[in-house]
Write a protein of this length. Structure first.
Length: 138
């Protein structure tokens, strides 16, 4: 039996790096594991795995990661190979490039979204083959 590759974000019990609620940092973060940001960070983030910005977290800068959950505030350009989830409390200002995008009711997103080629090609083929558009729908 074949197993489908999971696009889900890693469990929160395996967090490698935490930026606490009271922390205010500026600079660059490079991590190979799961990163959780509860405080304020300004700068670029290169995360080989997943990123979580909690509802108290505020991040400004460029982010590159596998997957991300944003429940707080984020401003900048975001590049993900996998899934972005913007929670109902999340605010994202900036351009994103993702494989999959989930925006919960109440979330805020202002920017341009580009889908990674692999994911968008599969979805476009399904839409093109299943949908016929009419010039004057009645």
């Amino acid at each position: 039996m074949l197993k489908k590759k999971s696009e889900s974000i890693a469990t929160t019990d395996k967090i490698d790096t935490i930026l606490g609620k009271e922390a205010k940092l500026t600079g660059e973060i490079k991590t190979s594991g799961l990163l959780r940001i509860e405080g304020n960070f300004q700068g670029d983030i290169l995360c080989e795995k997943d990123l979580i910005i909690t509802d108290s977290g505020k991040v400004e800068g460029k982010i590159t990661a596998q997957n991300a959950i944003i429940a707080g505030a984020y401003q900048g350009n975001l590049f993900l190979e996998g899934k972005l989830v913007i929670k109902s409390t999340g605010k994202v200002l900036g351009d994103i490039k993702v494989g999959t995008l989930v925006i919960e009711d109440g979330a805020f997103f202002d920017g341009k979204c580009e889908m990674n080629c692999d994911a968008s090609d599969k979805n476009l083929k399904l839409v093109k083959s299943d949908t016929k558009l009419k010039a004057n729908p009645t």
